[in-house]
Design a protein around this ligand. Structure first.
Ligand SMILES: Cc1cc2nc3c(=O)[nH]c(=O)nc-3n(C[C@H](O)[C@H](O)[C@H](O)COP(=O)(O)OP(=O)(O)OC[C@H]3O[C@@H](n4cnc5c(N)ncnc54)[C@H](O)[C@@H]3O)c2cc1C
Length: 596
């Protein structure tokens, strides 16, 4: 079975030595009292919960899966999941970063995010239950009426009730404008909702007493397409005014999907049979409201992939030091043994270092992004708020797509390190690969994320948001311009920044001529941007490691070696990506549809 050790040292390195989160947070009135000891203690406890309670349930949850009782429509999660959720609630974990006005602890999002990394490393399928609830909490916090907030938020904050997002229907996933679920207004101000949703994560389960579904549906006469979608709260049990559970609502699980991974999470077909719901926000404005949940979830999916990359790396690294096979080409390295440990072989190291560089780069990017979200939420300076919002909007599709593509590569490499044993269930490595695959698909496929990045976030605002991130890069390059030791990092960073600027202009011109050029270049473009942000954070981490390596702590030596590996072996991928992005539409469209 796979093992997991929370990477607390690396988390503390990024938080305290690279990003100086305490100083940044203290500047915000909401977090003026925060200190490093509190953050470290919370993460240490969270890490214990992840490694001691959740990790032991990961493999058994995968094997057992969820079970639907076809008569009652109730779903039971795998053995141990319910008890683990009870412990999670008892420990107050759901409320960590929630608003104190609704019973939350008000800790910064950057702390909650790091907790989620560890929960996902330990058990992605389980973590989706509280993860979806937190998304529902954020959506209602932003768009619910005062009455809805005071009723639902305390129960989501405590974890007493969980939440879902019900968007997808069998004929519409990416294109939600096609959705058909109907909501009929009732004389008492409520709505009767009828339709069928599919693929609803955590859509039915026995972990909590009630489930609050956030459902997208159409009102009578609503405009066609995405401008005619409204958002509704549809509880599994209709609550009484005091919060006690009333009648069973007409929303139930009609079936569970059989799927490739995350077997411990129930992916439910949800039938709405005249279910009673209440409108959230304005009629026909449901999609923008749901975007709060979707954007949060996109960052959350990035955390799922970071978590899987980290745990897969840990296990592969341990195995590579133990497993002996063949001799090093340059001669025996462990002459006392019948063969050398496979970690002596350069390509095994390449696979391990790829996973490590992706995990540590992702951690730095994710923490910086969540710190930026904390600033966006809590600063009193409107200009700073707008700046942070722009940066987060730009980075969100990169976190979703780049981190999830990387996790697919990394978990596959880590499985490969185990040879045939990686393919066998016992070791747990093939589960990481299977679990990682969905992250590239849901919450908007990675193609859709690239279109969002290049089309909406970059070209539609004439590169304004991109220039904001570019300014961080150029300031850093300038600061380090005379630091000889940093040239190996800042030169390729500056070079990629220049190339990306030129490529963006070129693609903008092409897109004027034919908008399909955006679709032809977008996936390559996002990956180039992903590498630019990784190169920036790897350079910042290298700077700290260079300054501290003299103290003899091997942590900094490892950090520098990983940074050098990243710049030498992973960043050069961008040369091919730029060529491919430049190749444009023609090679994709030349062949007639009939010839496919
Ligand atoms: C395990 C699992 C859990 C899920 N959880 C939830 C959930 O909790 N709630 C929920 O509402 N949904 C959920 N989903 C649904 C998920 O978000 C959708 O499957 C996803 O958004 C893609 O939609 P689709 O499957 O209909 O694919 P389609 O939209 O049919 O897309 C098919 C292919 O076409 C591509 N494509 C589509 N449009 C374009 C375009 N304009 N340009 C280029 N390419 C395009 C896509 O990238 C994809 O490769 C889940 C799905 C799964 C499998």
């Amino acid at each position: 079975m796979a093992q997991y050790t929370p990477p607390l040292r690396d988390m503390q390195f990024v938080m305290h030595e690279v990003l100086d989160v305490v100083a940044e947070l203290k500047a915000l009135p909401a977090h003026a009292d925060i200190d490093a000891e509190t953050i470290n203690a919370v993460l240490e406890e969270g890490g214990k919960f992840a490694s001691e309670v959740l990790a032991p349930l990961n493999q058994s949850g995968d094997v057992e899966g969820c079970k639907l009782d076809a008569t009652t429509h109730e779903v039971s999660a795998p053995g141990g999941f319910k008890a683990a959720y009870a412990k999670y609630v008892e420990g107050g974990w759901p409320s960590l970063s929630c608003d104190p006005a609704y019973g939350g602890q008000g800790l910064p999002h950057v702390v909650n995010q790091s907790l989620y990394e560890m929960l996902n490393s330990a058990n992605q399928a389980w973590t989706m239950y509280p993860g979806l609830s937190h998304g529902a909490y954020e959506c209602l916090h932003a768009h619910g009426s005062d009455e809805q907030k005071s009723f639902y938020l305390p129960r989501l904050t405590s974890g007493q009730w969980t939440g879902t997002m019900c968007l997808t229907e069998s004929h519409c996933g990416t294109d939600l404008g096609l959705l058909r679920t109907k909501a009929e207004p009732q004389p008492d101000g409520s709505y009767r909702i009828t339709g069928e949703k599919i693929f609803i994560s955590a859509g039915e389960h026995d972990l909590a007493e009630n489930i609050i579904h956030l459902v997208l549906a159409r009102l009578p006469g609503a405009p066609a397409g995405s401008k005619g979608i409204s958002l509704f709260i549809v509880p599994k049990f209709l609550p009484n005014a005091d919060g006690s559970l009333g009648a069973r609502n007409g929303i139930y699980c009609g079936g569970l999907e059989e799927k490739m991974g995350i077997h411990g999470n129930s992916t439910a077909q949800i039938v709405l049979d005249g279910a009673i719901g209440t409108l959230v926000g304005e009629p026909n404005k449901g999609l923008p409201a749901m975007f709060v949940m979707m954007n949060g979830a996109r960052l959350g999916v990035g955390m799922q992939s970071l978590g899987l990359t980290e745990v897969a790396y840990q296990n592969a690294a341990a195995y590579a030091k133990e497993r002996i096979q063949m001799r090093a080409l340059s001669g025996p390295k462990s002459p006392d043994k019948p063969a050398d440990p496979i970690i002596v072989h350069p390509d095994v190291r390449k696979m391990l270092l790829t996973a490590r560089a992706y995990a540590e780069g992702a951690r730095a990017l994710a923490m910086w992004t969540t710190l930026t979200i904390d600033k966006e939420i809590s600063t009193r300076d409107e200009a700073e708020r707008a700046e942070c919002a722009d940066l987060v909007a730009l980075i969100t599709p990169i976190i979703k797509a780049f981190l999830t593509d990387n996790a697919w590569i990394a978990t596959s490499h880590c499985m490969q390190v185990f040879g045939g044993h990686g393919y066998i269930r016992e070791w747990g490595m093939e589960q990481f690969v299977r679990d990682a695959r969905i992250n590239m698909i849901y919450e908007g496929t990675n193609t859709v994320q690239s279109l969002d990045l290049l089309g909406r976030k970059v070209l539609a605002d004439n590169g304004k948001k991109l220039r904001k991130f570019g300014k961080l890069v150029s300031d850093f390059v300038e600061e380090e311009g005379t630091n000889e030791a940093m040239q190996e990092f800042v030169n390729p960073l500056a070079d990629l920044g220049d190339k990306l600027t030129k490529l963006t202009t070129e693609l903008g011109m092409k897109a004027f001529g034919n908008a399909d050029e955006v679709g032809a270049a977008a996936v390559d473009y996002l990956r180039i941007c992903g590498h630019l942000v990784f190169a920036y954070f790897w350079a910042r981490m290298a700077k700290v490691a260079l300054a501290k390596q003299g103290g003899g702590d091997p942590f900094y030596r490892a950090k520098l070696a990983t940074a050098r590996f990243y710049f030498a072996k992973l960043l050069p991928e961008t040369a091919g990506l730029i060529r491919s992005a430049r190749a444009g539409l023609a090679p994709l469209m030349e062949m007639d549809e009939a010839l496919f």
